[in-house]
Design a protein around this ligand. Sequence first.
Ligand code: FES
Ligand code: FES
Length: 165
Amino acid sequence: MSEFVLNVNGAPLHVNAPPQESLLFVLRNHLNLTGTKFGCGEGQCGACTVLINGRATRSCLIPASAVSNAKIVTIEGLDQNGKLTAVQQAFIDEEAMQCGYCTSGMILAATALLSKTPHPTDEQIVAAMNGNICRCGTYPRILAAIHRAAEARRGERAQLTGGAR
Ligand code: FES
Ligand code: FES
C-alpha cells in the first residue's frame, strides 16, 4: 500500500491504496465518488472519463498515485456552487441519455471539448467524442446537447462582457 493525496474537485483527499490501483478504482472504492463509471476497464468506452488538469482522461488506465499532483475533476465536482454547468443543463434539456451509464463520461468529454473549441462543428464534436461509447445510441441527442451547451456558453459570455451575441 502507499499513501498519497489526490486533489479531487478542489479538495485534498488522503488515499491509502496499492500504488498501481487505477484512479477509477480509487475514486469509486476509496473516495465513494461513484459518478465515474466502470465500463470496459480497458480504455475503450469512455465511461470512466474524468478531467485531469482540464483534459478528458480515462481514469481506468491511470494509476491514482501517478496523478497525485494533478487537478482532478469528476462529475460530482463539475457544478459551480450547486449550479449546473451549461453542458450538464444541455444534456438534461435535450434528454441526451437513456440508461445514463455513459453520461458522466460524455459530459466531462464535452466539457473538455468546449473549453478548447467553444463553437465546434458536427465533425469536431464527432472527432472529440468518438471514444465515448453510448450503448443506448443517444448520439443524435448528445450532439444536439453539445451544440446547445456551446450556444448557452456563448450567451453567458455575452452577458458577462455586456456585448451583443
Ligand atoms: S472503463 Fe475506462 S474506458 Fe471503459
Ligand atoms: S445512455 Fe445508456 S449507455 Fe449511453
